[in-house]
Design a protein around this ligand. Structure first.
Ligand SMILES: Nc1ncnc2c1ncn2[C@@H]1O[C@H](COP(=O)(O)OP(=O)(O)OP(=O)(O)O)[C@@H](O)[C@H]1O
Ligand SMILES: [Mg+2]
Length: 246
C-alpha cells in the first residue's frame, strides 16, 4: 500500500455540552486506502465526518487533508450522508449533474453523468423523479452523484443500509474497483462488520462513548472477497469479539 498520508487526525475531541463524544482520537488515512470505521451507535462516527467537513467544529484537535486544513472549495471531497438526499424537484440525471455543477466542473459533464448513471444501473431511469423511485434506487442516485465528481476523498456514512443484499454486494464490488482504479481514498462508515471486512484495506474499530480507537485491523484478503472463506469468517469473528456492543 502507498503510505502517503492523505488525512491526518490528531487528538480530535468533540463535546456537545457535557457530553464527551470523541476523546482525543488520532489516526491517519493513506492515499488510495479504503478505510472502514465500525463502532456502536451514537459513538460519534457521523460526528467525525461532520468535523472533517467543517459542518461541526472540533472542540480540540485537528484534521488535515494533504497536510492542510480541510477546505471544501479547494479539496475535491465528496460526502454521502447517512440520511441520503436526492432533490425531489430534479430528475435522476439532474440530481447527478448537480454534484458537478456545484463544483463548477463542467468539463465533459454529460459524459461523467452518463458514466455514473451506468455504474449504478440507473441509465434507464435518468428521466425519473425521486418520488418515482424505490429507496435503493434513491440511494444509487446519491452514490452516482458523489462518484460523478471523481473525488479525491470519498466519505460514505452507511450508504448501503437500505439496499438488498445482492445489490449491496454488486455495488460494493463496483465501488472497490472504481476506487482502486482511480486511487480514490475512502472513509466508509458502517455498522455491518461483514461489510467492513468485505470492503476495507483497514478496519478501525471504535469504543463506546467517550470514544477512542479500540483497534485498527489490516485486511489484506484479495478482492473480490469470499464471505464464506475461512480467513474471512475468522476476521469477522475477531472483530465481533472485539466489540461487545450488546
Ligand atoms: N448537533 C448535536 N448536538 C448535540 N448532540 C449531538 C449532535 N450531534 C450528535 N450528537 C450526539 O453525539 C453522539 C454521537 O452522534 P453521532 O451521530 O455522531 O453517532 P454515530 O456514531 O454516527 O451513530 P449512528 O451509528 O447511530 O449513526 C450522540 O450521543 C448524539 O446524540
Ligand atoms: Mg451516524
Amino acid at each position: 500500500m502507498n503510505k502517503k498520508v492523505k488525512v491526518q487526525v490528531t487528538d480530535l475531541t468533540k463535546r456537545f455540552g457535557d457530553l464527551l463524544v470523541l476523546d482525543k482520537v488520532s489516526f491517519e488515512v493513506y492515499e488510495g486506502e479504503f478505510l472502514c470505521i465500525v463502532g456502536p451507535t451514537g459513538c460519534g462516527k457521523t460526528t467525525f465526518l461532520n468535523s472533517l467537513t467543517h459542518l461541526y467544529e472540533p472542540t480540540s484537535g485537528k484534521i488535515l487533508f494533504n497536510g492542510e486544513e480541510v477546505n471544501l472549495e479547494k479539496h475535491n471531497i465528496a460526502y454521502i450522508f447517512q440520511e441520503y438526499s436526492a432533490m425531489e424537484w430534479l430528475t435522476v440525471r439532474q440530481n447527478v449533474r448537480f454534484g458537478l455543477e456545484i463544483k463548477k466542473d463542467y468539463k465533459n459533464i454529460d459524459r461523467k453523468v452518463d458514466e455514473a448513471l451506468e455504474l449504478v444501473g440507473l441509465t434507464k431511469f435518468a428521466g425519473y423523479y425521486p418520488k418515482q423511485l424505490s429507496a435503493s434506487m434513491l440511494q444509487r442516485v446519491v452514490i452516482a452523484r458523489a462518484f460523478a465528481t471523481h473525488p479525491e476523498l470519498l466519505l460514505m456514512d452507511e450508504p448501503y443500509g437500505q439496499l438488498d443484499i445482492n445489490l449491496r454486494f454488486k455495488l460494493e464490488d463496483e465501488v472497490v474497483r472504481l476506487c482502486k482504479q482511480t486511487n480514490t481514498t475512502v472513509i466508509f462508515i458502517t455498522h455491518n462488520i461483514e461489510e467492513a471486512v468485505y470492503l476495507g484495506d483497514r478496519i478501525l474499530v471504535l469504543t463506546n462513548k467517550p470514544t477512542s480507537i479500540k483497534e485498527i485491523i489490516m485486511d489484506e484478503l484479495p478482492h473480490p472477497r469470499d464471505i464464506a472463506a475461512p480467513e474471512f469468517v475468522e476476521m469477522r469473528n475477531r472483530i465481533t469479539d472485539l466489540i461487545k456492543w450488546w
